[in-house]
Design a protein around this ligand. Structure first.
Ligand code: VGL
Ligand code: ZN
Length: 200
Protein backbone atom coordinates (compact mmCIF):
# COMPACT_ATOMS: atom_id res chain seq x y z
CA UNK A 1 0.00 0.00 0.00
CA UNK A 2 1.12 3.50 -0.72
CA UNK A 3 -0.15 7.06 -1.07
CA UNK A 4 -0.30 9.63 -3.81
CA UNK A 5 -1.05 13.32 -4.11
CA UNK A 6 -3.38 14.17 -6.97
CA UNK A 7 -3.09 17.83 -7.99
CA UNK A 8 -6.09 18.75 -10.11
CA UNK A 9 -5.93 21.38 -12.87
CA UNK A 10 -3.74 24.07 -11.29
CA UNK A 11 -3.61 25.86 -14.64
CA UNK A 12 -3.54 29.53 -15.62
CA UNK A 13 -7.11 29.54 -16.94
CA UNK A 14 -8.47 28.53 -13.51
CA UNK A 15 -6.49 31.22 -11.69
CA UNK A 16 -7.25 34.96 -11.42
CA UNK A 17 -7.25 36.60 -14.90
CA UNK A 18 -7.73 33.21 -16.53
CA UNK A 19 -10.58 32.32 -18.88
CA UNK A 20 -12.49 30.38 -16.21
CA UNK A 21 -11.00 32.01 -13.15
CA UNK A 22 -11.72 30.41 -9.80
CA UNK A 23 -11.78 32.84 -6.86
CA UNK A 24 -8.45 32.69 -5.00
CA UNK A 25 -7.39 29.84 -7.30
CA UNK A 26 -3.75 30.87 -7.04
CA UNK A 27 -3.71 31.19 -3.23
CA UNK A 28 -3.45 27.41 -2.68
CA UNK A 29 -0.31 26.87 -4.73
CA UNK A 30 2.44 27.45 -2.15
CA UNK A 31 0.71 25.08 0.24
CA UNK A 32 0.38 22.43 -2.49
CA UNK A 33 4.09 22.75 -3.28
CA UNK A 34 4.92 22.31 0.40
CA UNK A 35 2.66 19.25 0.68
CA UNK A 36 4.43 17.43 -2.16
CA UNK A 37 7.31 16.16 0.01
CA UNK A 38 4.88 14.12 2.13
CA UNK A 39 3.79 11.82 -0.71
CA UNK A 40 5.54 8.94 -2.44
CA UNK A 41 3.88 9.71 -5.76
CA UNK A 42 2.67 12.96 -7.31
CA UNK A 43 0.22 13.06 -10.20
CA UNK A 44 -0.88 16.29 -11.84
CA UNK A 45 -3.88 16.65 -14.12
CA UNK A 46 -4.28 19.13 -16.91
CA UNK A 47 -7.58 20.11 -18.53
CA UNK A 48 -6.71 19.89 -22.23
CA UNK A 49 -9.44 20.82 -24.72
CA UNK A 50 -9.45 21.20 -28.49
CA UNK A 51 -10.73 24.65 -29.50
CA UNK A 52 -14.14 23.43 -30.67
CA UNK A 53 -14.94 21.52 -27.49
CA UNK A 54 -18.63 20.74 -26.87
CA UNK A 55 -18.36 22.00 -23.28
CA UNK A 56 -17.71 25.52 -24.61
CA UNK A 57 -20.73 27.86 -24.87
CA UNK A 58 -19.07 29.21 -28.03
CA UNK A 59 -19.72 25.88 -29.77
CA UNK A 60 -23.49 26.66 -29.82
CA UNK A 61 -25.55 29.35 -31.55
CA UNK A 62 -27.64 30.57 -28.63
CA UNK A 63 -25.81 29.62 -25.48
CA UNK A 64 -23.79 31.54 -22.96
CA UNK A 65 -21.36 30.37 -20.30
CA UNK A 66 -23.03 28.59 -17.35
CA UNK A 67 -26.09 27.60 -19.42
CA UNK A 68 -26.59 23.84 -19.56
CA UNK A 69 -27.22 21.43 -22.44
CA UNK A 70 -28.25 17.82 -22.56
CA UNK A 71 -25.44 15.63 -23.87
CA UNK A 72 -25.71 11.90 -24.56
CA UNK A 73 -24.26 11.29 -21.07
CA UNK A 74 -26.53 13.77 -19.21
CA UNK A 75 -26.53 17.46 -18.29
CA UNK A 76 -23.47 19.46 -19.19
CA UNK A 77 -22.66 22.96 -17.94
CA UNK A 78 -21.29 25.18 -20.71
CA UNK A 79 -18.09 27.06 -20.00
CA UNK A 80 -16.14 29.93 -21.47
CA UNK A 81 -13.43 28.63 -23.81
CA UNK A 82 -10.63 27.46 -21.50
CA UNK A 83 -7.52 25.28 -21.32
CA UNK A 84 -7.10 25.02 -25.07
CA UNK A 85 -4.36 22.57 -25.98
CA UNK A 86 -1.02 24.36 -26.23
CA UNK A 87 -2.32 27.73 -25.03
CA UNK A 88 -0.86 29.75 -22.15
CA UNK A 89 -4.14 29.29 -20.28
CA UNK A 90 -3.65 25.52 -20.38
CA UNK A 91 -0.17 25.69 -18.85
CA UNK A 92 0.34 24.97 -15.18
CA UNK A 93 0.41 28.11 -13.06
CA UNK A 94 4.05 29.29 -13.01
CA UNK A 95 4.22 28.98 -9.20
CA UNK A 96 3.29 25.29 -9.20
CA UNK A 97 6.26 22.93 -8.77
CA UNK A 98 5.14 20.91 -11.76
CA UNK A 99 8.61 19.40 -12.25
CA UNK A 100 7.92 17.29 -9.15
CA UNK A 101 5.23 15.34 -11.05
CA UNK A 102 5.73 11.60 -11.53
CA UNK A 103 2.93 11.63 -14.08
CA UNK A 104 0.71 14.14 -15.83
CA UNK A 105 -2.76 13.12 -16.96
CA UNK A 106 -4.38 15.23 -19.66
CA UNK A 107 -8.15 15.06 -20.01
CA UNK A 108 -10.95 16.58 -22.06
CA UNK A 109 -9.34 16.03 -25.45
CA UNK A 110 -12.38 14.35 -26.99
CA UNK A 111 -14.34 17.25 -28.56
CA UNK A 112 -17.71 15.60 -27.79
CA UNK A 113 -17.19 14.53 -24.18
CA UNK A 114 -16.16 16.65 -21.21
CA UNK A 115 -13.90 15.10 -18.59
CA UNK A 116 -14.03 16.55 -15.11
CA UNK A 117 -12.69 13.46 -13.39
CA UNK A 118 -9.07 12.37 -13.53
CA UNK A 119 -10.32 8.76 -13.86
CA UNK A 120 -13.21 8.73 -16.35
CA UNK A 121 -14.64 11.07 -18.94
CA UNK A 122 -18.10 12.48 -18.18
CA UNK A 123 -19.67 9.51 -20.00
CA UNK A 124 -18.55 7.61 -16.86
CA UNK A 125 -17.04 4.75 -18.88
CA UNK A 126 -14.06 6.02 -20.88
CA UNK A 127 -11.00 5.66 -18.64
CA UNK A 128 -8.11 8.11 -18.65
CA UNK A 129 -5.61 5.41 -17.65
CA UNK A 130 -4.95 6.87 -14.20
CA UNK A 131 -6.49 3.94 -12.33
CA UNK A 132 -4.20 1.46 -14.09
CA UNK A 133 -1.18 3.65 -13.41
CA UNK A 134 -1.99 3.90 -9.69
CA UNK A 135 -2.81 0.17 -9.39
CA UNK A 136 0.53 -0.76 -10.97
CA UNK A 137 2.22 1.26 -8.22
CA UNK A 138 0.07 -0.23 -5.42
CA UNK A 139 -1.42 3.13 -4.54
CA UNK A 140 -4.31 2.75 -2.08
CA UNK A 141 -4.60 6.19 -0.48
CA UNK A 142 -5.23 9.37 -2.43
CA UNK A 143 -5.16 12.99 -1.33
CA UNK A 144 -6.74 15.44 -3.75
CA UNK A 145 -6.10 19.16 -4.01
CA UNK A 146 -6.54 21.79 -6.71
CA UNK A 147 -9.23 23.33 -8.90
CA UNK A 148 -12.11 23.36 -8.88
CA UNK A 149 -13.44 21.79 -5.67
CA UNK A 150 -16.99 21.42 -7.03
CA UNK A 151 -16.10 20.08 -10.50
CA UNK A 152 -12.84 18.37 -11.31
CA UNK A 153 -11.75 17.75 -7.71
CA UNK A 154 -15.17 16.41 -6.64
CA UNK A 155 -15.68 14.23 -9.73
CA UNK A 156 -12.20 12.78 -9.29
CA UNK A 157 -12.77 12.14 -5.57
CA UNK A 158 -16.13 10.42 -6.20
CA UNK A 159 -14.67 8.17 -8.90
CA UNK A 160 -11.68 7.37 -6.68
CA UNK A 161 -13.96 6.41 -3.77
CA UNK A 162 -16.00 4.22 -6.13
CA UNK A 163 -12.84 2.54 -7.35
CA UNK A 164 -11.98 1.60 -3.77
CA UNK A 165 -9.28 4.11 -2.86
CA UNK A 166 -9.19 5.72 0.54
CA UNK A 167 -9.79 9.34 -0.45
CA UNK A 168 -9.09 12.65 1.27
CA UNK A 169 -9.88 16.05 -0.20
CA UNK A 170 -7.94 18.90 1.40
CA UNK A 171 -10.48 21.73 1.17
CA UNK A 172 -7.86 24.21 2.35
CA UNK A 173 -5.83 23.39 -0.76
CA UNK A 174 -8.79 23.60 -3.16
CA UNK A 175 -11.07 26.40 -4.40
CA UNK A 176 -14.53 26.23 -5.99
CA UNK A 177 -16.37 27.75 -8.95
CA UNK A 178 -19.60 27.57 -6.88
CA UNK A 179 -22.27 28.29 -9.48
CA UNK A 180 -25.87 27.42 -8.70
CA UNK A 181 -25.19 25.60 -5.42
CA UNK A 182 -22.54 23.39 -7.02
CA UNK A 183 -20.17 23.54 -4.03
CA UNK A 184 -22.79 22.43 -1.49
CA UNK A 185 -23.98 19.65 -3.73
CA UNK A 186 -20.40 18.44 -4.33
CA UNK A 187 -19.60 18.48 -0.60
CA UNK A 188 -22.76 16.45 0.17
CA UNK A 189 -21.99 13.87 -2.50
CA UNK A 190 -18.40 13.49 -1.34
CA UNK A 191 -19.44 13.08 2.32
CA UNK A 192 -22.01 10.42 1.38
CA UNK A 193 -19.39 8.57 -0.67
CA UNK A 194 -17.05 8.38 2.34
CA UNK A 195 -14.53 10.94 1.10
CA UNK A 196 -12.62 12.49 4.02
CA UNK A 197 -13.01 16.24 3.81
CA UNK A 198 -10.20 17.93 5.68
CA UNK A 199 -9.16 21.49 6.28
CA UNK A 200 -5.58 21.02 7.38
C1 VGL B 1 -13.07 22.32 -14.65
C2 VGL B 1 -14.97 23.22 -15.55
C3 VGL B 1 -14.55 22.90 -16.83
C4 VGL B 1 -12.28 22.02 -13.42
C5 VGL B 1 -12.63 21.99 -15.92
O1 VGL B 1 -11.04 21.87 -13.53
O2 VGL B 1 -12.89 21.96 -12.34
N1 VGL B 1 -14.26 22.93 -14.48
N2 VGL B 1 -13.38 22.29 -16.99
ZN1 ZN C 1 -12.64 22.03 -18.95
Amino acid sequence: MSDALLVIDVQNDFCPNGALAVNEGDTIIQQINAAMIHFSLIVLTQDWHPNNHKSFASSYENKKPFDTVEMFYGDQVLWPDHCIQGSIGAKFHPNLNHEKADAIIRKGSNPSVDSYSAFFENDKVTPTGLHGYLKDRDVTDLTLVGLATDYCVAFSALDAANLGYSVTVRLDMARAIDNDGSLNSAINKMSKAGVNLENG
